[in-house]
Design a protein around this ligand. Structure first.
Ligand code: G6P
Length: 604
């Protein structure tokens, strides 16, 4: 799981590579490097650390910055610890290579190379690619054919960009890791995703699995998995450069929380008319007859996307009458799931590249199950693999901790529930119309809770353990609230169903373990949540209540706008995200790139 970037054209490549790498740091940031080719010379600089460390190193070097061909990489270690040696590009005398993914058969390939007295200098699987390329070049193959021969030997997942000292073109290969080509006059850009290139072009070719490509300034040649030369239609992506940047906020995370109203609005606007009719016909190619007769929906996802599924489960069940299972991808893929007769499989993923979600999707497809995905990144693997895809139109989510993707995924799940119910002859126009009002309610919530969450974060940021409790529709929000706090503040936080507290977590309560209680005023759940608050109080625990209704039992209160129970998640999640953000801010953490985490987990 890494970010790769490349350029072939007439401009100086270095600046393009470095700014591309900075946009891609959310994919990995434990080391970074670049290779520049000028004439018959390739120069490489790489280091452990972030792209800023690389920039410092380059500034201190005397690398020839006039080169117009280059590749770059930002790494999230899989094989081999983060170090300068293991950082990409990996190079030999003749070639330099960047790679995202895992070469699963690297041990066998290493044996093959060792027999020829060729040895690795690093701990990475990637170096094998460079060594194989070098071998075939030394045997007299030209770069293109050496590349074809090398890629043929690789098993696993990979997006590869390679350059050679003796040839002026760049070679690319893609299999189960993303790789896009940005088109422009007399120049070509490549990257792991469009956010790295949006400032240069809006026209992209999304390579498909098995593709190999040759780029030479403005010329792009692509071969498909059968090695047949092929044309891939460019897609226009109209994300602005500003959209992919921080837009005045200190961190992407805060910017993305502030964008949640817009993200949800974009997601629902073109799909619900003012009368409350839901239009998903164009996006869902699965037959209406099949959807009408569904007897089960199986949702599979990871992390925040999993919690979006869990949050929407009671809504889908309530409005469609269809049983919903929500499963964690990494478990599901090794579990013999019993599908029912008319089962729909739904994969939810912001990135569309999460391996633990992608694999169950493939498994479902191989069993002939109809599949639908809810994805944010256009043309990503999960979007393309599924029978139908409904995109969340949240724009790029850069911060590793997911926020606007969550509410946008919820919006799609709600619309889907209304759509299926509509197909079954139910009138859910009032609910769909209510969903149309949610974006302005999200905005109100952000404005109303921002200062309060900041004030409370200041009060609580030194605590080491937190408990998050909720009942009914607020329970999955407690899980997501705790996840947000863990991810960016590194504080231990547990989300729990409030009623279950007495069966275990109550043992943790003392004056050093504050509890965040998420409670919609709907009775009887509110009164029951308050009883739980009493239990906490009598054990000297501090309580922060997130609700529309105040209580004098609690220590602190974050008041959210009034919202109907079914739509509460869109509102109640906002202060939980803000609280986590400000706690991490007061603790001085790297909010957008928390330690040990990556935005898009494309390995198991
Ligand atoms: C990683 C990210 C999480 C994200 C999860 C699922 O763990 O750090 O923020 O929720 O992957 O990602 P996806 O792209 O599939 O929604």
């Amino acid at each position: 799981m890494c970010g790769i970037v490349g350029y072939s054209g007439e401009k100086k490549a270095l600046g393009i590579l470095l700014s591309g790498l900075q946009s891609l740091e959310y994919r990995g940031y434990d080391s970074a490097g670049i290779s520049l080719k000028k004439g018959k010379k390739i120069e490489t600089i790489k280091t452990k650390g972030k792209v800023t460390d690389l920039i410092t190193l380059i500034a201190e070097s005397n690398i020839d910055t006039s080169a117009t061909i280059g590749i770059g990489h930002t790494r999230w270690a899989t094989h081999g610890a983060p170090s300068s040696t293991n950082a990409h590009p990996h190079y030999t005398e003749r070639v330099s290579v960047v790679h995202n993914g895992i070469i699963e058969n690297y041990r066998n390939l290493e044996k093959f190379l060792k027999e020829k007295n060729i040895n690795r200098r690093t701990d990475t699987d990637t170096e094998i690619i460079a060594l194989l390329l070098d071998l075939y070049l030394s045997e007299g193959f030209d770069f293109k054919n050496a590349f074809f021969k090398t890629v043929e030997m690789l098993k696993g997942s990979f997006a590869i960009a390679a350059i050679s000292k003796d040839f002026d073109y760049m070679m690319l290969a893609k299999h189960e890791s993303p790789l896009v080509i940005g088109l422009s006059n007399n120049e070509t850009y490549i990257a792991s995703d469009v956010s790295a290139l949006i400032e240069y072009t809006h026209d992209f070719i999304f390579l498909e699995d098995g593709d190999i490509a040759l780029i030479d300034k403005g010329n792009v040649t692509i071969w498909d998995k059968d090695k047949k030369e092929t044309k891939r239609q460019p897609t226009q992506i109209d994300w602005s450069k500003e959209k992919a940047q921080k837009g005045g906020y200190k961190h992407f995370m805060l910017k993305e929380i502030a964008e949640e109203d817009e993200a949800v609005r974009n997601t629902i606007q073109s799909r619900i008319d003012e009368d409350g009719n839901v239009f998903l016909d164009e996006e869902i190619s699965i037959s209406k007859e099949f959807l009408k007769n569904l007897d089960r929906i199986t949702i599979v996802a990871c992390g925040t996307s999993f919690y979006a599924g869990l949050t929407a489960k009671p809504i889908i069940e309530k409005y469609t009458g269809i049983k919903v299972d929500v499963e964690i991808g990494s478990e599901f893929r090794y579990y013999n799931y019993l599908y029912s007769k008319n089962n729909l499989f739904i994969a939810i993923s912001q990135s569309g590249e999460t391996a633990d979600t992608k694999e169950p999707l493939k498994m479902a497809k191989s069993k002939g199950i109809k599949t639908l995905s809810i994805v944010n990144v256009k043309e990503s693997a999960i979007a393309r693999l599924s029978d139908s895809c409904i995109y969340t139109l949240a724009g790029p989510e850069i911060s590793v901790a997911s926020t606007k993707a969550f509410t946008s995924q919820l919006a799609v799940l709600y619309m889907l529930a209304f759509y299926i119910a509509q197909l079954k002859g139910k009138d859910l126009k009032p609910q769909a119309k209510q969903l149309l009002k949610i974006p302005s309610l999200i905005k109100q919530t952000f404005d109303k809770t921002q200062d309060k969450t900041k004030e409370l974060a200041d009060k609580y940021y030194n605590y080491q353990d937190f408990l998050y409790l909720g009942r009914g529709i607020c329970y999955p929000l407690a899980l997501e609230g705790a996840l947000k706090l863990k991810e960016i503040s590194y504080i231990h936080a547990e989300g729990y169903p409030a009623g279950e507290m007495k069966h275990g977590p109550i043992a943790l309560i003392d004056e050093n373990t504050p509890t965040v209680v998420v409670a919609h005023p709907e009775e009887p759940l509110y009164s029951k949540s308050l009883s739980n608050c009493e239990e906490i109080k009598s054990r000297h625990g501090k309580i922060i209540l997130v609700s529309n209704k105040q209580s004098d039992i609690v220590d602190d209160f974050i008041e959210v706008p009034k919202v109907d129970y079914d739509f509460a998640p869109f509102v109640y999640i906002i202060p939980l995200q803000l609280f986590a953000y400000y706690v991490a801010l007061f603790r001085g953490n790297d909010i957008d790139q928390p330690r040990n985490l990556a935005k898009s987990v494309t390995v198991e």
